[in-house]
Write a protein that binds this ligand. Structure first.
Ligand code: WQD
Length: 335
């Protein structure tokens, strides 16, 4: 009987790609999602990609009764916790909603897991916990100075999980700090489907390339970076998903709490990403200079060597692959 792995937020962008890789690796994924920031239409897409029906419970991780019932009704052996709110800008406007969803959800989940004696957990954390790093590439031991509400909710959950691990040696916990997830499954069946105007650069570029948006606003061209625009570490969502399977297998062997950067180790500026997207779509992308966004930092990219050492994982796909897959998803997603 394949291990049942609960993926909270499994109908979302990163969660759905993790579900695909879990299925490919022989696990039995089980999704819980409240569809607050995802679409039920992801489920038939997952069926087409995995050639199996992935069970999905519609529910909110903050609802302890719902979560406890999940553990009572399914032989869950591990959890990957992706459910949460993830917009840096929105977090500044709605701090209570972000703490309620991101921290409250994690508290309810861990309570239910402990109650069911299920103690293997991967938490979807973020490079946002670093804020503006003193130096790049960023190691996991860098100072943690989250510059946003979103980043502080992620760090708060990390601290809770570190304390859970210290209080009970039976837990195996992976804190995976995503840098900038981007791209889509090569089948173009699943990908990033932001509702309305995207916050993130790559889906915004896809909309400009598809003429769904007039131009890209380059948020700040006077940063302390080689070309003045923001530098980030774009990691293909498929590589991220593969990293979760590797972490799941590692946690089956190793107790305690392990923190890992999941990034490509390469920094690319906004203008470099625009140029890569132009190569992918084969047409020029209009852009305009715009003010910096509140909470933005100049440059942040990963040192992924610990993930390499511990998991044997490195990002295999580069920026051109990210843009090619993102563009294919943009042009095929409505089929
Ligand atoms: C990337 C770069 C912008 C849009 C956030 C979270 C992170 C993760 C990914 C969840 C920056 C610039 C962007 C635009 C632009 N969230 N930009 N014009 O802010 O680095 O990271 O999203 O997993 O945890 O912190 O990502 O894609 O919004 O921005 O110039 O229209 O592109 O200034 O330099 P960010 P992003």
């Amino acid at each position: 009987m394949a291990d049942t792995v609960l993926v909270t937020g499994g109908a979302g962008y990163v969660g759905s790609h993790i579900v695909v890789e879990l299925a490919n690796a022989g696990y039995s994924p089980l999704i819980i999602d409240n569809f607050a920031t995802s679409l039920p239409s992801m489920l038939p897409r997952l069926r087409r990609v995995t050639d199996r029906t992935i069970p999905c419970v519609v529910g909110d991780v903050r609802d302890l009764a719902v979560i406890k019932r999940l553990f009572a009704e399914h032989s869950i052996t591990a959890v990957i916790h992706c459910a949460g709110l993830k917009s840096v800008g929105e977090g500044e406007q709605k701090p209570v909603a972000y703490y309620d969803n991101n921290v409250g959800g994690a508290i309810a989940l861990v309570e239910a897991m402990a109650d069911a004696n299920v103690k293997r957990l991967i938490f979807s954390s973020s490079a946002a916990v670093y804020g503006q790093p003193d130096r790049n590439p960023v190691t996991e031991d860098a100072p943690l100075r989250p510059a946003s509400v979103y980043g502080r909710t992620k760090r708060t959950v990390e601290q809770m999980l570190e304390d859970v691990s210290s209080s009970d040696a039976g837990w195996s916990i992976g804190l995976l700090r995503y840098f900038n997830p981007a791209g889509a499954h090569p089948s173009a069946q699943i990908g990033e489907a932001p509702s309305g105007t995207p916050n993130n650069l790559v889906p915004m570029l896809a909309q400009v390339a598809a003429a769904s948006a007039p131009e890209i606003a380059v948020c700040g061209d006077d940063w302390d970076t080689p070309d003045g625009t923001g530098v980030r570490d774009y990691v293909h969502v498929m590589d991220l998903a593969v990293g979760h399977v590797a972490a799941m297998q590692y946690l089956a062997r190793v107790p305690g709490s392990t923190t890992l950067n999941l990034g490509s180790g390469r920094g690319h500026s906004v203008l470099e990403v625009v140029a890569a997207f132009e190569r992918a779509c084969g047409k020029p992308i209009a852009r305009r200079a715009a003010p910096r966004r509140p909470g933005d930092v100049a440059s942040c990219y990963a040192d992924p060597s610990r993930a390499q050492d511990v998991l044997g994982w490195r990002a295999a796909r580069d920026l051109d692959a990210i843009c090619a897959d993102a563009w294919r998803w943009q042009t095929n997603r409505h089929r």
